[in-house]
Design a protein around this ligand. Sequence first.
Ligand code: PLP
Ligand code: SF4
Length: 340
Amino acid sequence: MRIITRTTPSVDTENWQNTLATAFRHSDDLLAYLELPQNNPMAHQQAAKSFPLLVPKPFADLMEKGNANDPLLRQVMTHPEETRHIEGFVTDPLDEQQSNVQPGIIHKYQGRVLLIAATGCAVNCRYCFRRHFAYQDNQIGRKHWQDALSYVRNDRTIHEVILSGGDPLLLNDHLLSDLLDHIESIPHIKRVRIHTRLPVVIPARLTSALVTRLGQSPLQCSMVLHVNHANELSQELQQGLQQLHQQGIILLNQSVLLRGINDQLIHLSELSELLFEFRVIPYYLHLLDPVQGAHHFHVEEQEAIALHRQLLANLPGYLVPKLVREVPGKANKSPIDLDL
Ligand SMILES: *Cc1c(COP(=O)(O)O)cnc(C)c1O
Ligand code: SF4
C-alpha cells in the first residue's frame, strides 16, 4: 500500500480558491500535463458539452503520468461512451425532483434532510448521478437560507441537516460559519453532516478556520468523504483529517463501485485499510445509479455481491462498507446482499 507524496508541491496549496480557479477545464490540457496523447478530441469535447471537465491540479498530481488507465484519471476524464444513449440509463435515476420539497431542500428520509448548500463541485466525476440535476432551480444562496431552513424549523421530526450539493465546502469559511449559525439555532437539530469530496481533490480546503469552527459547533458533527480508490488518499489529506479527528469530528467515507476503477477485492480492501489509517470509517459502497452517460462504469449486481462477500471474508467487519443502492421512493438506501 502506498501513500503518495507529491514531488513538487503545488504553487497554491495555501489558497484553495486559487487552486480551484486554476483547475484543468479542458481534456487536452489535462492529457498534456499527464504526458498522454490526444485521442479523439471531438468525442471528448462532445462529452464535455453536457457536463464539463473539471479537475484540480492536486488531484491530477496523484495520477500516474503516462497511464491512460490510471484509476483517478478514469473517474474524471471525459469519455466518448458518455454521449451514447443506453436503455435504462436516465437523467434523473433517483427521481429526486419529487423529494425536492422546496428550493435547496431534499427531504426523502425520516429525521434528516439534505440541504443543497452549493450547486457546483470542485471536480466533475463522470459517473455522478447529479450530472443532470436541476441545479438552476436550487441555487438558493445566502439570501434564501432562511426560507430553506424555515422548512426544517417547522418540522420537529428533523434532527439532522446534511450539507450537500454539489459540494458544500465550495462555500468559503465565512459563509459556511454563517450557515452553521442558522442551523445551530434550530432547537430540534442535534446533528450536522457534511458530504464532501473537496478535501480529497484539494486537501488545502481543510483550513484551520474550518476545522476550528466545526470543532466549536454545539451540534454532533460528521463529515462524509467520497473516496473511491486508495491512490486518492494523500499525505496532505491525512494531515487535515487528523486535525478534524482531533476536534472530535466523526469521519466516514462513501464510495461508488466503478468498473475498471475499484471493482477488484484488492482495490476495496486497500481503500478500507488506508481509510482507517486516516481515521475514516468506510460507510457506504454504492452501486452506480443508472445515470445517462455513465453506463461504461456499471458493475453487475451479482458481481458486486460477490465482491462484498470477499471483503467480508477478508476484513474486520468495521472496515466493510454497506453495499447499497438507491431505489426511488424507498425510505432509506437499500442494502443489497442481506441474506448471507
Ligand atoms: C443519502 C441521502 C441521505 C442520507 O442517508 P443516510 O442513510 O442517513 O446516510 C439523506 N437524504 C437524501 C436525500 C439522501 O440521498
Ligand atoms: S464531487 Fe460528488 S456531487 Fe460532485 S461531481 Fe463528484 S460525485 Fe458528483
